[in-house]
Write a protein that binds this ligand. Structure first.
Ligand code: BGC
Length: 732
């Protein structure tokens, strides 16, 4: 396997590559068939904490070399003990990979990944993952099942909180940054972990947003929308990928030969390891594409998947399949070589105990600089959805009342997928406000989580708000109704939170809404009843202070939506890069145009939308040339000016439209973006470079290529707020 190709190979010092490869070859020569298969078997450590028999069975499987990797181990001693069994008891002493879902921080919980993407600042995500890796590695893990790079345009799907939203361009930028953050400079450093881009592929397109559902995407959508962040991860040298649960073209992803062997290991020449999702090898039986466990194991391994997470069909069936010639020795050796190679990259052969240092663990967890980074990340992720009459920022001298149980919930401040995060370590919005203002803030929960109200709870909230100068109401979703297995058919505020907000809006006290959520919500009524809405997502351990700093203007919000907010759930799926139709909505005269009779076509808040306490004006979009040949570049520059009264950060968004193609092309799609910090009155030129490869798509000839023709380049504040458009051509 090529470790010298500058991708996965960049995470190992030059001198160690040959050494790893020869160690792996020599181990392979010594291994029995059973030992090889053991490397492909991943077991969950839940069982150690399960019954005594299950614990003992796992221990003896590890000691017998029947387990290559673990997941879900939490306490350090269990991890060390099992590693010791592998190293000291198993015949060849091959250490274990120890994986864990580190999705947005380990103990220092950062904002959910969707929120981080709202910063449009991939460096922020890289830094967050660097910290997450440092903590996870100090707690005995050497592998994380992240980043999730699934592109999705369906907010009903609970897992959108784990991704970077609807754009393959933004998604690819975040995917690369996260991989670099986890894997650091050198995978053998004790504060780095192997990353895992998941779920390969197109899991974000589950029909109806229903969890674990069928996926039905065209080859074009797969290539243009779903694969790019995976390819970007591979280019960034990600060490592992995870199969998706879903089918593609009615074939489960784990057993999908043309996807795995063809695209991933063939076209992209991926040299890392591919792990199944939880029991997804076995679930081919439920999908109805395998008769039994043996066929499930055969199809997965034959397709090119390597490690069996938790279904144990490989450990049970692969030895027989190889002996009887149904799976070749070469394929088995290829899978085992990949597993051993990543173990070598991690430095596990030299020191299998490098991740179990109690002192380092003590120092790393929730270190001051980690909290500081989590607070900055939270601030950068907030999106000011609307701010009529400049209701925000608030005056710190004003009498503020706080309403909403979410403001007082540590668990929901952290968000879903924060296993090692402790609610008591989270600073809630209520605590953040009180400490910022250095006084008690009158508070009423208003509803019981996730959203039940009573006459009495509303009355108490209204009373609390009535005497105040301003009422801040925190509404939205609990962590538990977001994440895996948390699809929602109704994406309004849960329960009767609406009744509460409407009662508050009827008082004479001005109301500001702080929205906590793991997905875009359909809240057009909220936008009508409340003038200012700050979306803070599930903001992580430092959420409270970040919210306070933003509400009172110490931080100027600069987040922009990575995913459209629909005006009603009936519009879903929707995204900024929709195709034109033969009956454009603008041709309103005929009446037979694309649209609904009871809803607009446009989202409530568009992709890229986000306001500020200042304003930015774009002048002079200039192109260095109006035509390029293949291989040439074009520079586009926009002048940005801060036209408000405070310093702020702007996200300059460039969109493109390919006017005529062999396939219909989106009305606009994100092409590139840049951020710029400007003082009041300051101006800056923001340039981007465009190459013909940036204009490529999956053409009617089924190849990734740019077609000559005309293009509109747009610069805007959001997908629905374009300031300037210039045309250029790509020549024959
Ligand atoms: C999820 C994966 C996760 C795995 C292990 C599965 O249910 O789909 O994303 O990594 O569990 O926890």
């Amino acid at each position: 396997m090529p470790l010298s190709d500058g991708r996965l190979g960049q995470y190992v010092a030059d001198g160690r590559r040959a050494e790893i490869q020869s160690r792996v070859s020599s181990l392979l020569e010594q291994m029995t068939l059973e030992e090889k298969v053991g490397q492909l078997n991943q077991r969950s450590v839940h069982f150690v904490t399960g019954t005594e028999d299950e614990g003992a069975a796992l221990e003896s499987a590890v000691a017998d070399g029947e387990v290559g990797s673990l997941l879900n181990a939490t306490d350090l001693e269990t991890k060390r003990h099992l590693q010791q069994l592998a190293v000291e008891e198993s015949r060849l002493g091959i250490p274990l990979l120890i994986g864990f879902d580190v999705i947005h921080g380990y103990e220092t919980i950062f904002p959910i990944p969707l929120a981080q993407a709202a910063s449009w600042n991939p460096d922020l995500a890289e830094r967050a993952e660097r910290i997450a890796a440092t903590e996870a590695a100090a707690a005995g893990h050497n592998w994380t099942f992240a980043p999730m790079v699934d592109v999705s345009r369906d907010p009903r799907w609970g897992r959108v909180m784990e991704g970077a939203g609807e754009s393959p361009v933004l998604g690819s930028a975040f995917a690369e940054a996260r991989v670099r953050g986890f894997q650091g400079e050198d995978l053998s450093d004790p504060d780095t972990v192997l990353a895992c881009a998941k779920h390969f592929a197109a899991y974000g397109a589950v029909e109806g947003g229903r969890e674990y559902n069928t996926v039905n995407v065209s080859e074009t959508a797969l290539r243009e929308r779903h694969l790019p962040p995976f390819e970007a991860s591979v280019q960034a040298g990600v060490g592992s990928l995870m199969n998706a649960f879903n089918v593609h073209e009615r074939i489960p992803a784990s057993g999908h030969e043309s996807l795995v062997d063809g695209v991933l290991k063939g076209d992209w020449d991926f040299s890392g390891v591919l792990v199944s999702d939880w029991a997804s090898f076995r679930e081919q039986i439920q999908h109805g594409t395998a008769t039994d466990r043996r066929e499930a194991a055969r199809k997965a391994i034959e397709a090119g998947s390597d490690i069996d997470m938790a279904s144990e069909v490989v450990i049970d069936e692969l030895p027989g399949l190889v002996r009887e010639g149904d799976i070749s020795e070469e394929r088995l050796d290829d899978a085992v070589r990949r597993v051993l190679t990543v173990k070598g990259l991690l430095g596990l052969f030299e020191d299998p105990y490098r991740y179990f240092d109690a002192e380092r663990r003590e120092e790393a967890m929730l270190a001051d600089e980690h909290r500081e980074a989590a607070r900055e990340a939270a601030c950068e992720s907030f999106v000011l959805l609307q701010n009529e009459g400049d209701r925000l920022p608030l005056d710190p001298e004003a009498d503020v009342a706080l309403v909403g149980a979410l403001a007082d919930s540590g668990e929901d401040t952290l968000g879903a997928w924060s296993f090692e995060g402790r609610p008591e370590d989270a600073i809630t919005v209520r605590e953040g406000l009180e400490s910022f203002l250095d006084r008690a803030v009158p508070f009423a929960p208003g509803y019981e989580l996730p959203g039940e109200v009573t006459e009495a709870s509303i009355e108490a909230a209204v009373e609390t708000a009535t005497d105040a100068d301003v009422a801040v109401t925190v509404v939205g979703e609990t962590a538990a109704i977001t994440g895996e297995a948390a699809s929602r058919a109704d994406i309004d505020l849960p329960g009767h939170q609406r009744r509460l907000v409407e009662a508050l809006a009827e008082t004479d006290t001005p109301v500001v809404a702080v929205l906590m959520n793991g997905r875009p919500l359909a809240i057009d009524w909220l936008a009508e009843s409340v003038p200012a809405i700050l979306d803070v997502w599930h903001p992580g351990v430092e959420g409270g202070p970040a919210v306070a700093e933003t509400l009172f203007g110490e931080h100027v919000p600069a987040g922009h939506l990575p995913m459209s907010f629909p005006s009603s759930v009936g519009q879903v799926p929707l995204a900024h890069d929709r195709l034109p139709t033969g009956r454009p909505a603008e041709d309103a005269e005929s009446g037979y145009t694309t649209g609904y009779i009871d809803a607009p076509n446009e989202p409530l808040f568009a992709f890229g939308h986000g306001q500020s306490y200042t304003g930015f004006a774009y002048t002079d979009l200039t192109l260095s040339t109006d035509a390029i040949d293949a291989g040439e570049t074009l520079e586009a520059t926009v002048t940005v000016e801060n036209v408000g009264d405070v310093a702020g950060r702007d996200v300059v968004q460039f969109y493109v439209r390919d006017l005529v193609g062999s396939r219909s092309r989106p009305e606009k799609e994100l092409l590139d973006f840049e951020t710029v910090e400007l003082a009041p009155g300051e101006r800056a030129d923001v340039p981007i470079t465009i190459e013909d490869t940036d204009l490529a798509f999956w053409t009617a000839d089924r190849e990734w290529a740019a077609e000559p023709g005309e293009f509109d380049l747009m610069v805007g504040h959001a997908a629905d707020d374009i300031a300037h458009t210039e045309r250029f051509a790509l020549l024959e």
